[in-house]
Design a binder for this molecule. Structure first.
Ligand code: B3K
Ligand code: ZN
Length: 885
């Protein structure tokens, strides 16, 4: 908890550490009511910092110091200084050994940072600054050390004792206890340290590296979850092979372990050789996990594995460089998932997510550059901007340099910086040096916040047969900066002729055409590109594959969008044309609703979706994506002033119309796909995901018709399917339907069947929390009293509170402010329990400037109430104070 004014930390103040740690030797004695940590640090003066021996200031929080010894000398109270955040001692020599012993309380650690208990097991989470809650240390990523870790605990309760690296010994100890020692030969920062002790079972497998050496793979879980590890194991092996093939990166240690824990603040953590995972990101089997969950497991397993190179072997110099490892690793895992599944569908999902959530963050009070300049609490900067926009920045580097050039750059980066703690500048420098490129201006993507706007206009000269595209870029002001300099914006594009064929592209001044899709670099505030040899006015397909994270505008009319939906050779842009058409139509309906007019849907949307639905040759997953209307959160993001009720009414009206007018086509495709599902055992692979996604979106439309045959279909699917993907959608459509008796019966049956599976119960909570039927808040409050709910488990908070505030917009934004009051009360309660989770749940309130005056006042009032509520964690304080600034 914050006791003094919180300090702002600035990138510009970075200085190399005064001292280095070469070796770290740790001994943990774990008990039920406390734990003891003995640390021996082999240290030396950092030669980079020159001569002299300044005081050594070690980080440490919530530690009870038992003893300190410098080389052979035991220090007494007068020999050192102690405060709430540090221990200061005075070294006498350039090289020395420091021994400390501390007492800590993992058993009462509800913040889930440092060493804590999840259920019956001990585990750790050290990134970013959790290690200082374990022992006194130089807890910063540019201090890298080898680690030897001995864990001593009761044999019966904790038969499995794990840490990073290789096992080097174990044996019995006194009083029914036992010990195990692990040695990690790779130098690493303390944030990658991990320890696990518990009654764990494991699934084991082998992977043969490209070089021929075998590595042992283990996934540790509680006994009841042993049957849910196969998908993660297969995903891990695919990831290992992919990183060898695509990046030339091989795994280094002889053992790789994953441990699943139920209480975890994030998805997972890439600790060296010992990844610790939120059980939601590792456990998956057909009966209990949806297709989306299977894909998430595959993606997160890959992400954490890829960190072994992008993060662990080459790490961050300081936390301002977080995107160095996160942006790059998200880009790597996205490419991996694209290679394993449908590339276009993966891109659509990622872009929809980025535009809905990251764009909103970039337009709000917490907006920050991909490489922030300052922070109060680093935990608040594990953001969509650092992760998702950071990945887009890496993607643009590849787009600009080409796949081969990018690989040369990544090879140089890994080779040059292996074993080092570096910066995003070092990453870009390697890309430049390997390609003889100049990315100076491009680097503004790292230092300027905000989503650039790119306004495009066209001019066709029939006499000269030239077609010009004019680009004007601008970037709105953000809390860090008012004036922005032009970005380098790679615009991938094509030009379609009247038949929908791509034209050869020849820029003015070029001797011949080069391809039908090209990347133009927009680098000026305003810039025009002219194509020649264009016999008739073409239709441009702009920003193919979403080649830059910008808000592009071009004055397409609806007929042109329908044409692009059918003919664009770029799958992403076919989807994008459909989204733009839907947005235009929905915005028209929103206007009608606001003016009190009867809603009238532009029939062209029905025609367009009917064509998509009738296209049996199109990938079923693409059909499903194209049938999905832009979400309410996205419609909110693109509104000047978001009218929650009008957005909901307009979108529901459009969905209803689609359901009624396309009922027969939806019914046919539903039946055909459900029929295959009935006859096919569950397979977690792209074509099956595709079939089920089309089947499920069709069912959700059909249910809107409220026809008896739709209800019957939902009930049949709910009762007779063999997997969670079909069952959960069937439950969701029943929960959102007017059929009260069926809804209640299905919810009870589901809860009864899955009551012992916490991850499935999370889904059960979410489906109800997200239901937009009236009375949402009362339902959520009632569910908080359910025996399976607890505020101490982050997954439960996300499932119920997160789903309500983030997905159930009409209920959360109820005009009486009840949703806001509820969330503020919750944040105040969570602030004392788990600051990181408290701060994350705040996000919807930070967006108060988006709404009408009455809602603004209510939301602001709640933020002020949180600020005045007493001792706030630095996490909550930073978000609330910046939101009110
Ligand atoms: N690197 C971890 C993040 C943990 C942050 C905790 N505050 C997860 C990941 O991105 O792989
Ligand atoms: Zn990561």
């Amino acid at each position: 908890m914050r006791t003094e004014q919180p300090q702002v930390i600035y990138l510009k103040d970075y200085q190399a550490p005064e001292y280095l740690i070469d070796e770290t030797h740790l001994t943990f004695e774990l008990f039920e009511d406390h734990s003891l940590v003995h640390a021996q640090l082999v240290m030396r003066r950092n030669p980079e910092r020159g001569a002299g021996l300044p005081p050594l200031v070690l980080d440490g929080q919530q530690l009870e110091l038992l003893s300190v010894q410098l080389d052979d000398q035991a220090l007494t109270a007068g020999d050192y200084q102690l405060d709430a955040d540090s221990l200061t001692v005075q070294p006498k020599t350039e090289r020395f050994t420091l021994d400390t012993s501390v007492k800590i309380h993992p058993e009462s650690n509800t913040a889930l940072e440092g060493l804590y208990k999840s259920g019956k097991m001990f585990c750790t989470q050290c990134e970013a600054e959790g290690f200082r809650k374990i022992t006194y240390y130089l807890d910063r990523p540019d201090v890298m050390s080898t680690f030897t870790t001995t864990v001593i605990a009761e044999q019966h309760r904790y038969p499995v004792l794990l840490s990073n690296g290789n096992p080097v010994g174990d044996g019995p100890a006194e009083d029914g206890r036992h010990w195990a020692t692990w040695e990690d030969p790779f130098k690493k920062p303390a944030y990658l340290f991990a320890l696990v002790a518990g009654d764990l079972w494991c699934v084991e497998s082998e992977f043969t590296r490209q070089s021929g050496r075998d590595v042992t793979l283990r996934i540790y879980v509680e006994e009841e979850n042993l049957d849910k590890c196969d998908h993660a194991m297969v995903s891990l092996k695919k990831s290992m092979r992919w990183d060898e093939e695509v990046y030339g990166r091989e795994y280094d240690l002889d053992i790789f372990m994953i441990v699943a824990v139920n209480d975890f603040n994030m998805g997972a953590m890439e600790n060296k050789g010992l990844n610790i995972f939120n059980s939601s990101c590792v456990l998956a089997r057909a009966e209990t996990a949806t297709d989306a969950a299977h894909q998430r497991v595959e993606g997160v397993v890959a992400h954490e594995y890829f960190h072994n190179w992008s993060g662990n072997r080459v790490t961050c110099r300081d936390w301002f460089q977080l995107s160095l490892k996160e942006g790059f690793t998200v880009f790597r895992d996205a490419e991996f998932s694209a290679d394993m599944n449908s590339r276009t569908v993966k891109r659509i999902e990622d872009v929809a997510y980025l535009r809905t959530h990251q764009f909103a963050e970039d337009a709000g009070p917490m907006a920050h550059p991909v490489r922030p300049d300052s922070f109060i609490e680093i935990s608040n900067f594990y953001t969509l901007t650092v992760y998702e926009k950071g990945a887009e920045v890496v993607r643009m580097v590849r787009t600009l340099l080409g796949a081969e050039g990018f690989r040369k750059g990544s090879d140089l980066y890994f080779e040059r910086h292996d074993g080092q703690a570096v910066t995003t500048d070092d990453f870009i420098k390697a890309m430049e040096d390997a390609n003889g490129a100049d990315l100076t201006q491009f680097k503004r993507w790292y230092s300027q916040a905000g989503t650039p706007r790119l306004a495009v206009s066209e001019a066709y000269d029939a006499a000269a047969q030239t077609y010009s595209l004019n680009f004007r870029q601008s970037c709105p002001q953000t809390p860090d900066k008012a004036e922005k300099l032009p970005f380098v914006i790679p615009v991938e594009l094509g030009l379609l002729d009247a038949d929908g064929n791509d034209l050869p592209l020849q820029l003015a001044g070029e001797a011949e055409a080069a391809g039908t899709t090209r990347v133009l670099s927009v680098t000026e505030a305003e810039q025009t590109f002219t194509f020649q040899g264009i016999a008739a006015k073409p239709l441009p397909s702009l920003l193919r594959g979403f080649s830059a994270p910008v808000k592009l505008s071009f004055p397409y009319d609806r007929d042109q969008l329908m044409f692009l939906m059918q003919h664009d050779s770029d799958g992403f842009n076919r989807w994008e044309a459909g989204q733009q058409l839907s947005v235009q139509v929905l915005q028209e309906l929103i206007g009608q609703h606001q003016r009190g007019e009867a809603l009238a849907l532009d029939q062209r949307l029905i025609t367009a979706l009917g064509t998509v639905l009738g296209n049996e040759t199109l990938d079923a997953a693409m059909v499903a994506e194209m049938l999905s209307l832009p979400g309410e959160a996205y419609l909110t993001e693109i509104s000047q002033v978001a009218d929650v009720d009008a957005i909901h009414a307009a979108r529901e009206f459009a969905r209803q119309q689609i359901a009624e007018q396309l009922f027969d086509a939806l019914w046919a495709r539903y039946q055909a796909n459900r029929d295959v599902s009935r006859k096919t055992a569950y397979v977690a692979a792209a074509e099956h995901f595709a079939r089920r996604s089309l089947q499920n979106i069709a069912l959700s439309y059909l249910m809107l018709s409220a026809k008896p045959q739709a209800l019957e279909a939902a009930l049949e699917q709910f009762e007779h399917c063999d997997n969670m993907t079909e069952r959960l959608t069937a439950l969701a459509v029943l929960v959102n339907s007017p059929f009260e008796a069926e809804r209640a019966k299905a919810l009870d049956a589901f809860a009864e069947h899955f009551k012992d599976n916490p991850l499935v119960m999370d889904q059960w909570f979410s489906v109800q929390a997200a239901s937009t039927l009236p009375g949402g808040l009362a339902r959520v409050k009632a569910l908080m009293l359910h025996p399976a709910f607890t505020l101490k488990n982050p997954n439960k908070v996300r499932a119920l509170v997160g789903a309500f505030a983030g997905q159930n917009l009409v209920n959360f934004h109820a005009a009486d402010g009840s949703g806001y009051r509820f969330l503020a009360d919750l944040v105040i309660e969570l602030n004392a329990l788990n600051p990181q989770i408290a701060s994350r749940q705040l996000a919807p309130l930070t967006r108060w400037r988006k709404y009408d005056d009455a809602r603004q006042a209510l939301m602001k009032g709640e933020l002020e109430r949180i600020l005045a509520s007493g001792a706030l964690s630095s996490d909550v304080y930073e978000v609330v104070s910046k939101s009110l600034a």
